[in-house]
Ligand binder design. Structure first.
Ligand code: SF4
Length: 279
């Protein structure tokens, strides 16, 4: 495992300061408002650069409430992580650049992705999720504890609808819409290889439709309702070939796993299906 560099306590990690898997450098442009998110995302997509796109995502400051929250959490920390440096920045998309399975979540957890800098890494949801991805052949390791731990997605990529940890796990509609261009641009850069999209929860399911529409997909009306195991087959736009399967899956949140609303077997069914279709 790569050592996490030590920086001043409470500060978000400076870009390019040596944090494992940090995609940004001190020169990465920072979006300070919604219009700049749109412009910087479109520019990176037009340049065809996932690396530049994820770098720009990881330094974004366009949502004042979320910037304040993520940095406050990074400064205060929780008791069990008091000695650790928190990432405290947006958590960018991560995984295979030629992914056949795209996993779409809600937003990073305050003490998970916001601490480790990698999506679904270092929290209970990720423990359950990565164990299932490993069993289904989509992850190299059964655990994901920290950036630089050797974990790797196999033919899969993870993205969040909103890249900053929100208070009470609830981004506002404005924050969702402000962050949407990052998602649309990332999808545009991987859409040619993607065959399956797994939406973790209803928020992700809703966020998928504008993402698909922006990539040229015909979105059904009325929009199909979210449900665990729900499936929608979408014809890919002309020139991209084939179909994309949209799969619904209950979010592996602590509440859902503790109450048994979603179980490891239920996750394996969804990711097993995604893996088979993608193959
Ligand atoms: S939620 Fe998205 S748009 Fe808002 S600050 Fe974070 S990365 Fe930027």
């Amino acid at each position: 495992m790569t050592a996490v560099p030590s920086v001043a306590p409470g500060l978000p990690v400076p870009p390019g300061s040596g944090w494992p898997e940090d995609p940004a450098t001190p020169a990465t442009p920072v979006a300070a408002e919604a219009a700049q998110v749109r412009a910087l995302a479109a520019e990176a997509a037009a340049a065809g650069s996932l690396a530049e796109l994820t770098a720009r995502q990881s330094v974004c400051r366009a949502c004042p409430r979320l910037v304040e929250w993520r940095e406050q959490v990074a400064a205060v920390k929780r008791a069990s992580s008091r000695t650790q440096q928190y990432w405290g920045r947006p958590v960018p998309g991560w995984g295979d650049d030629d992914a056949r399975v795209l996993i779409l979540g809600l937003a990073p957890a305050a003490h998970g992705g916001n601490r480790t800098g990698r999506i679904f890494t270092g929290d209970r949801s990720g423990d359950v999720l990565f164990a299932s991805l490993y069993r289904c052949g989509l992850a190299a390791l059964p655990t994901s504890t920290a950036a630089g731990d050797g974990q790797r997605l196999i033919g899969a990529r993870m993205v969040a609808a909103v890249r900053c940890a929100p208070p009470a796990n609830k981004p506002s509609v404005t924050e969702r819409d402000t962050c949407a261009p990052w998602l649309a641009a990332e999808f545009a850069l991987v859409v040619r290889s993607v065959r399956v999209i797994v939406c973790l929860g209803g928020f992700a399911w809703q966020a998928a439709w504008p993402m698909l529409r922006s990539a040229g997909f015909a979105v059904p009306r009325p929009r199909p309702k979210f449900g665990h195991g729900g499936e929608v087959t979408l014809a890919a736009p002309a020139g991209m070939g084939g179909q994309v399967l949209l799969l619904g899956c209950y979010h592996p949140s602590q509440q859902n796993t503790f109450t048994g609303r979603v179980t490891p077997a239920m996750l394996d069914e969804v990711f097993g299906r995604a893996s088979r279709v993608a193959a």
